[in-house]
Design a binder for this molecule. Structure first.
Ligand SMILES: [Zn+2]
Length: 325
């Protein structure tokens, strides 16, 4: 038996050799159903991870943590890649990580994805979810992993494995006919994912380098409940409405021009009025509170931003506080 310390501090006696999923089941069927991954001694692991010594264990669900969400989203990214391979077997897979809000996957395909393509992909993803394919993990020695991905004609995966150190064990996840190079963690089956939504697509260079080939990236998200998709879409729409680029244009606050430089705004009369009112308010407030004014240059030596001591001493000398001097 081993001692497993749970998140609430309680200690559970567990037979050595059980997986995280089995331990979750012992705690409660509900938890096992909701579990997406876990942290063992602070390290994110799969539900398939075998516990063989005393450790701390935190089981993540979609709702409980970002790690929990990311395992869910990462599994959905594999479902998307599988859907694309079914629709277009010639598509080459690059990378498909979970991000803070959903996930993306980069594909090398002959042409950009159209709205019609995206509808087809989403429909195929829903089919894969319905098939509830078990997700299995296996590892291969580096050389065999490279051979395996060469046989599958996945040059980007080959390149990724070649970058890993010699002698490393390479892990893969398999669901039905689809296998992806992946460190995990992943859900136990594709049916664990409920509601999916493809959000957008754009070009993206392989490894973010403009000298490399332009790939096609699809952003998407998934949730345990369909209503959460609707909520997320409403939130995105609201963010779009509040985007400074949209407001700036609609209210004629500022403009940019390539002659000045991208991202460098020029204030139009409306924006200049807002800025002036804010500046006057702030300056009056500061004088009222006993601050003395100084002006620092808009641009400074980059070293200035790397040290806090210089700034600290400047502040002490020239920006005295009102109360305690
Ligand atoms: Zn993966």
């Amino acid at each position: 038996m081993i001692k497993v310390t749970l998140k609430d501090g309680s200690v559970k006696q567990v037979e050595s050799g059980k997986t995280v999923f089995e331990v979750a089941k012992e705690i409660s069927e509900g938890l096992a159903r909701m579990a997406t991954c876990a942290s063992v001694d602070g390290k994110t692991v799969d539900l398939r991870y075998v516990l063989d010594k005393d450790c701390s264990l935190e089981i993540h669900t979609f709702e409980s943590s970002l790690e929990g969400k990311k395992a869910y989203w990462h599994t959905t990214s594999h479902i998307m890649a599988q859907a694309i391979k079914r629709i277009n077997p010639k598509a080459k897979l690059a990378i498909g990580p979970a991000i803070d809000e959903g996930f993306y996957y980069d594909f090398d395909v002959e042409k950009n994805f159209t709205d019609e393509d995206k509808e087809k992909i989403e429909a195929e993803m829903k089919k894969i979810i319905k098939e509830d394919l078990p997700i299995e993990k296996f590892t291969l020695p580096r050389d065999e992993a490279i051979k395996f991905m060469k046989e599958k004609d996945e040059p980007y995966k080959v390149e990724l494995i070649e970058d890993l150190p010699e002698g490393e064990e390479i892990s893969f996840y398999k669901q039905g006919e689809f296998t992806d190079l992946c460190a995990g963690p992943h859900l136990m089956s594709t049916g664990k994912v409920k509601a999916v939504k493809i959000l957008s697509s754009s070009g993206a260079y392989w490894r973010g380098d403009e000298k490399n080939k332009m790939l096609q990236r699809i952003y998407a998200i998934s949730f345990p409940k369909a209503s959460q998709v609707e909520e997320h879409l409403a939130k995105l729409e609201e963010a779009r409405e509040r985007d400074h680029r949209k407001i700036g244009k609609d209210l004629e606050l500022f403009m940019t021009h390539k002659l000045v430089g991208s991202g460098l705004p020029m204030y139009l009369p409306n924006g200049a009025t807002v800025r002036r009112l804010l500046e006057r308010y702030i300056q009056d407030k500061e004088i009222e509170l006993g601050y003395s004014h100084v002006y620092t240059p808009s641009l400074a030596n980059s070293e200035l931003y790397k040290v806090s001591r210089t700034l600290g001493s400047l502040q002490r000398r020239y920006v005295p506080c009102n109360a305690n001097g």
